[in-house]
Design a protein around this ligand. Structure first.
Ligand SMILES: C[S@@+](CC[C@H](N)C(=O)[O-])C[C@H]1O[C@@H](n2cnc3c(N)ncnc32)[C@H](O)[C@@H]1O
Length: 291
């Protein structure tokens, strides 16, 4: 099989920068290049129909790196990362790469991934093994868990049985996310589940965002690439209210062209990257100015 030209450029860039990088940087860049090859192979094998019906547009390394670079607090001794809808693990690999570049501060890194597609899970295992190897090399204790289950169902269950509440907030210090973009029917099971936690919404990506926010610790950081449709209009008002009661928006990254982000897949959806922080206790006033 031939290597897609984009990845050849990525690898060529790694080699051409040899003289200027530290060993740790070179090694972590090669981790990203290897994972991006896995993404290209998996993406070529997925049919366009399946990508559309399961929202499987996988994030290229350049965008994943940009997202991982947006986190503010990577200098913690213990980091726990949530990647919901992890695909082959492109986002978590970019995150691990960033953390490895701050290795003097960190001793323990834990990653929890949710993914429902067994085909992608096979690649996800390989990505996590590569991350484990990189962390071992730097004496960072790395452990991971793949939860092969529906993320919304699992989170709603945790909320229902009281595993998550004000005295027992979420377990994650960081979350990185490219959620599935899928319209949801008002009578579907997922709609009922989201309604049961107070969210009325028409697209699965906002359900993923709200559920992720619930699972973050206070001050936990969230970086997500999402359609910009949630920013205005009545359909997402309920979501904006719920999300902004839990989270403070810190940054929104806009792309110059809507074609460039997922160019391999011809996705024309206008996307943004959002960085937000979990609030300890936020008043019900909507101070963000978004209504
Ligand atoms: C847009 S893709 C992004 C994948 C990966 N995060 C990335 O950035 O490359 C969304 C992923 O969510 C997975 N997914 C869809 N519905 C899910 C669900 N209910 N629970 C867990 N994962 C789900 C899909 O199989 C897909 O891999």
């Amino acid at each position: 099989m031939s290597i897609p030209s984009k990845n050849r450029v990525l690898i060529a860039n790694d080699i051409s920068s040899l003289g200027f990088s530290t060993l740790a940087e070179i090694s972590s860049q090669s981790l990203l290049a290897e994972v991006d090859l896995l993404r290209s192979v998996a993406s070529l094998k997925l049919t366009q129909d399946k990508k559309g019906s399961m929202g499987q547009f996988l994030t290229p390394a350049s965008v994943a790196e940009l997202m991982a670079g947006m986190f503010d607090r990577l200098d913690l001794p213990e980091i726990s990362l949530l990647d919901a809808g992890a695909g082959i693990g492109s986002l978590l690999a970019a995150f691990v790469t960033k953390v490895c570049q701050h290795q003097e501060h960190i001793s323990t890194l834990r990653v929890v991934d949710y993914e429902i597609d067994p085909f992608l899970i096979r690649y996800l295992h390989q990505t996590l093994k590569l991350c484990e190897k990189e962390c071992q090399r730097l004496n960072i204790s790395f452990n991971y868990e793949i939860r092969e289950t529906d993320f919304i169902e699992d989170t709603v269950k945790q909320l229902e049985i009281g595993l998550l509440n004000s005295t027992n907030p979420g377990e994650f210090t960081h979350a990185i996310l490219n959620p599935p973009y899928l319209k949801i029917n008002a009578h579907s099971q997922v709609c009922k589940l989201l309604r049961s936690i107070g969210l009325e919404t028409s697209n699965l990506y906002t359900g993923f965002m709200a559920a992720t926010a619930q699972l973050l610790k206070p001050k936990g950081e969230f970086v997500a690439i999402i359609p910009r449709s949630f920013c205005n209009g009545p359909y997402f008002r309920d979501f904006r209210k719920m999300f902004l009661q839990m989270m403070a928006l810190q940054q929104i990254h806009l792309f110059e062209s809507r074609e460039e982000t997922f160019s391999d897949d011809d996705v024309l959806q206008e996307t943004v990257i959002v960085r937000a922080t979990k609030q300890q206790q936020k008043s019900n006033n909507n101070s963000s100015g978004i209504a």
